[in-house]
Design a protein around this ligand. Structure first.
Ligand code: URA
Length: 269
């Protein structure tokens, strides 16, 4: 019996040498390697692999449980986030110092208009007049905005007007991305409270700030975007129209489309 086994073993070694040369393979290891390589990476196969690597499956699943149990760390909410009205929100944020614009402003420009407006107009940021009065769009650009709204049958009083940043950037420069980023949650809260049907962004800074898109104004004009569940359209900033009156025609076309969108949303025939 022993001799027979020895003969068999010798024969098998001779066969292997013929096929693989001098390298010696153990049948057990060869099988194991190929079977793991072609297994799809399912949870089951992970468990099988773990067993093969002598990791107890108990440890594997309890690791998963621990990961599930680690809570996501949420930023604690600030008081203003619980505001139930625009007035309350304004009171809670008007002393804001989250960005450097807080140091250089005269007045915080929260926004103004109808707190239940169906239309929200969003500009870039306060200029010198707005900074002095604490109200948005009160200078020359503001007068033009009133006329633009009138041209599509909206009065200033029935809409709400706000800006991407609530404090004047020194020298009327474009607000920095970080300044917009720190102020945007306030505008979002205003939108949540006003619940407008449609938003009109004035200029590229306003559109980029709200929609987080990096397209050109030309690309965005005439299109309808979504901000959460609110429809948004984009047109020129009135200050740009004061500098380049040739754009007024384009703005006229944009706001006609905006009025059409609004009428559809409000079901006005
Ligand atoms: N320009 C703006 O973008 N907002 C204002 O409030 C005034 C001028």
């Amino acid at each position: 019996m022993k001799e027979k086994l020895q003969d068999l073993l010798l024969q098998s070694l001779i066969d292997q040498k013929e096929i693989f040369g001098d390298e010696l393979f153990e049948t057990k290891n060869l099988k194991r390697r190929t079977s793991v390589e072609f297994e799809p990476q399912t949870e089951r196969s992970e468990e099988v692999k773990a067993q093969k690597e002598i990791i107890p499956t108990k440890t594997l699943s309890s690791k998963k449980e621990i990961i599930k149990e680690i809570p996501l760390i949420e930023e604690p909410k600030e008081n203003w986030q619980f505001s139930n009205s625009l007035d309350e929100l304004n009171q809670l944020i008007c002393e804001c110092q989250k960005c450097p614009l807080g140091k250089t402003r005269n007045k915080f420009v929260f926004g103004s208009g109808n707190p239940n407006a169906d239309v929200l107009v969003v500009g870039e940021g306060p200029g010198a007049d707005e900074d002095a009065q604490g109200l948005p769009f009160v200078g020359r650009a503001g007068k033009l905005l009133t006329d633009i709204l009138k041209a599509i049958n909206f009065s200033r009083e029935e809409v709400y007007i706000a800006n991407i940043v609530k404090c004047r950037p020194p020298g009327n420069r474009t607000p920095l991305p970080a300044e917009m980023q720190s102020c945007l949650p306030y505008l979002k809260k205003q939108i949540e409270l006003i619940k407008p049907k449609a938003i009109l962004c004035l200029g590229l800074t306003s559109a980029h700030g709200l929609l987080k898109k990096k397209e050109s104004l030309t690309n965005m004009r005439g299109k309808v975007f979504d901000f959460d569940k609110t429809k948004v359209m984009v047109t020129y900033h009135p200050a740009a129209l004061l500098r380049n009156p040739n754009w007024k025609r384009g703005c006229w076309e944009d706001v006609q489309l905006f009025r059409k969108l609004y009428d559809e949303l409000a079901n006005i025939k």
